[in-house]
Design a protein around this ligand. Structure first.
Ligand code: PEP
Ligand code: MG
Length: 374
């Protein structure tokens, strides 16, 4: 029985792959996830988030970076992170050898990275209660964290904003990517890293980061004698970016829609609070039929996507355009992305087979083929 089922599924997959126009990539941040995605048929990585690479044991280096008083201290912390990041990227590029790997520069909601204020304060208070001198490290850290505290971290020092205000951070990440490419090339591999900038609001941000990226790529190419060229593109995940996509496209080699943030900022709903009471009340009242965080809201978020594709491609013919928000693995949304002419969707590895099937179904039955208004 199950052998017959496997065969039927594999026949359906092959048929879908034969007709679909949408590429299917995966969101993966580790070599294991990348390898799994590849087994499921992913044609690359559409989003490699680098946030987790700064957690765990590496927190100490992040703290050192926060506390650095001099350029030399900050550089030392960044130098500590560089080889670790490079190894992260080598592993992922190896698992996806020959296929595109879109690596996104750090996009932290700051509160997830900074040490916890309450915890620090409690630790300091406990020391005092026991008559111990307060730890200088903890007090300094608490001061620094208090200075950086934000009431709305999701609308704060995230994404490109951090890259533009934290000296050396973008350069360290780009150097790690470029050196990983060199290492893979020297090992006879075919690494295809792409660099993606998160949370762009204005083309000026992209222009500044891009300059820095190109400078580091040139440095690594010259130092190693191995040419490193990585396309530089941007997330489109804020309404302002979608509405100014024409200007942004002139500085970008590709776009990737971050529909999680785009939904949050278009509706003004917190993506972290979808369990909140009003959300289920809205579903109960039928104000929306499904959560806009699950299925693309064609009238709002979808309109912004259409505007950004049209303006982006008009300004930059041949611009590659994908999506890497959760919607990239949602069947109904995949149909929408096919219809509006995206080049690829990127979703979690486990959703890759579904995305391939739906992309095939969309190509066979979708409105795109008989909609000449497109
Ligand atoms: C998005 O916002 O849709 C996205 C893919 O980025 P993240 O989920 O990491 O914010
Ligand atoms: Mg995002």
């Amino acid at each position: 029985h199950s052998a017959g089922l496997v065969e039927a599924v594999s026949r359906a997959m092959n048929r879908a792959d034969g007709v679909r126009r949408l590429g299917v990539r995966a969101n993966a941040d580790t070599p294991e996830d990348a390898a799994r995605a590849r087994r499921f048929g992913a044609e690359g990585i559409g989003l490699c988030r680098t946030e987790h690479m700064f957690l765990g044991e590496r927190r100490q280096l992040v703290e050192a970076m926060i506390l650095a008083r001099t350029d030399a201290e900050r550089e030392r912390a960044l130098d500590g992170l560089l080889p670790l990041q490079r190894e992260d990227f080598v592993g992922i590029l190896e698992a996806m050898d020959g296929l595109p790997v879109t690596i996104r520069l750090l996009d932290p909601p700051l509160h997830e990275f900074l040490p916890d204020r309450t915890e620090l304060a409690v630790r300091l208070a406990a020391a005092e209660a026991h008559g111990n001198p307060p730890s200088a490290h903890d007090s300094e850290l608490l001061d620094a964290v208090n200075r950086m505290h934000e009431e709305n971290p999701m609308l704060g020092l995230r994404g490109v904003r951090l890259g533009l205000v934290a000296p050396g951070l973008v350069a360290m990440q780009v150097r790690a990517i470029a050196e990983a490419v060199v290492e893979r090339k020297r090992a006879g591999g075919d690494p295809r890293a792409e660099i993606m900038v998160p949370l762009i609001d204005t083309v000026e941000e992209l222009r500044l980061v891009r300059e820095e990226v190109e400078q580091v790529l040139a440095e690594v190419s010259n130092a190693s004698g191995v040419p490193v060229q990585c396309p530089v593109g941007t997330m489109i995940e804020l309404p302002r970016a979608a509405l100014t996509a024409g200007a942004i496209a002139k500085e970008a080699e590709f776009f990737s829609f971050g529909t999680n943030d785009l939904t949050q900022t278009t509706w003004g709903f917190s993506r972290d609070d979808v369990e909140a009471a009003f959300f289920s009340a809205y579903l109960d009242k039928g104000i929306f039929k499904v959560s806009p965080f699950e299925t693309i809201d064609r009238a709002g978020v979808g309109r912004l996507v259409e505007i950004a594709i049209a303006e982006g491609r008009a300004a930059h013919p041949g611009l590659k355009v994908g999506v890497c928000g959760e919607h990239g693995g949602d069947p109904e949304s995949v149909h929408f992305f096919h219809t509006v002419g995206l080049d690829y969707v990127s979703c979690s590895p486990f959703r890759v087979p579904v995305a391939r099937l739906e992309a095939g179904r969309a190509a066979l039955h979708g409105p795109a083929d008989n909609d000449d208004s497109k």
